[in-house]
Design a protein around this ligand. Sequence first.
Ligand code: SF4
Ligand code: SF4
Length: 389
Amino acid sequence: MTGAREAMLDRPGLERLFEGLKAEGRTLVGPTVRDGAIIYDVLAGVASLPQGWRDEQAPGSYRLHRQAGDPRLFDHTVGAHSWKRFLHPPRESLFRVTRTPEGTLRFDSLTAEPRRLALIGARACELAALAIQDRVLGTGTQADHAYQARRAGLFIVAVQCGRAGGTCFCADMGTGPRAETGFDLALTEILDSDGNVGWYVESGSDQGAKLLSHLQMLPAQSADREAAAAVWASTRAQMASRMDPAGLHELLDEKLEDPHWETLESRCLACGNCTAVCPTCYCTRTVDQADLEDAVAERSREWESCFNPEFSHLPGGSVRGSIASRYRQWLTHKLASWHDQFDSSGCVGCGRCISWCPVGIDITAEIAALRATPAPYPDAASESDHGHP
Ligand code: SF4
Ligand code: SF4
């Protein structure tokens, strides 16, 4: 790697970093407060970040509190938004068809030129989710060209988590809490005993190291490095274990006909929140809309959810008619058959689906409940459908 490998930033230094990214023609996107939550949106600068805001999360619960006078900018954990909204947007226009006065049809592409983005504040679990999306959408014969184009120009400024969120379990899934790869720069926010805040920054790529050198930041001292290491260790120590990942594939294969799934029928609303907030869920549907005169039609692509009965509709009806069967499909795909398809888990332990489920269904509690029941149908794995939708 050429260029600077580490540095220490004060607030003007962070502002210079943001200006340096903008000078490269990048749009900054990152955390900001809106409507009582921290969301990801375009940032005008450092002042757009959620200074002093802290989230409290639990199953079915997300609350934001402001801590007066707190200079920290990243003392929150992940919210409902994930970076997939920029790389694999919720709605994307594909093309328009127009009937011409001559009676022919004209097709116009609506695919926009991708912006050069800098992601500000990506956490370790989110980098793991990006790596999964890269495998699912960015490689192989089914690669999504729009995703590839957006991904190619990305600059990632990660932030090391300074505390564990109430529903996080990245340590269980081996994806955090410390980001070690997948970023251009990684910041660790350090609050000293006098209440001053600074950011220890490490480079993780040539483009990150070059930018650091170009901006002539303050060199990091060994005390800065030690303070950053103390933050990483403290976050790791706070992280409660919520789910044992060992043998999940075998467990779920064994429990496909477990009576526990039926309890989901009355608890789950099939609202699809969990799939919308999940940073690795990628399914879409294609939507055609025509005007009333049938002169112009537009095709777009929208996020789809496997909780929607139409998702598995085949001639004759929905393959997964019950809510219990849809929940089972979602969970077994995430934690079992995803391994067969993509060589990894489909879950990075971010906890979003737990916090944003309106009835507080907790994927880790469901696994614990399945582990606690005896396996009534040991041969079920060979008979049931639990593969990719
Ligand atoms: S399944 Fe839940 S915890 Fe796992 S990555 Fe998706 S939203 Fe996060
Ligand atoms: S598990 Fe929760 S978030 Fe997911 S579909 Fe059911 S009610 Fe909605």
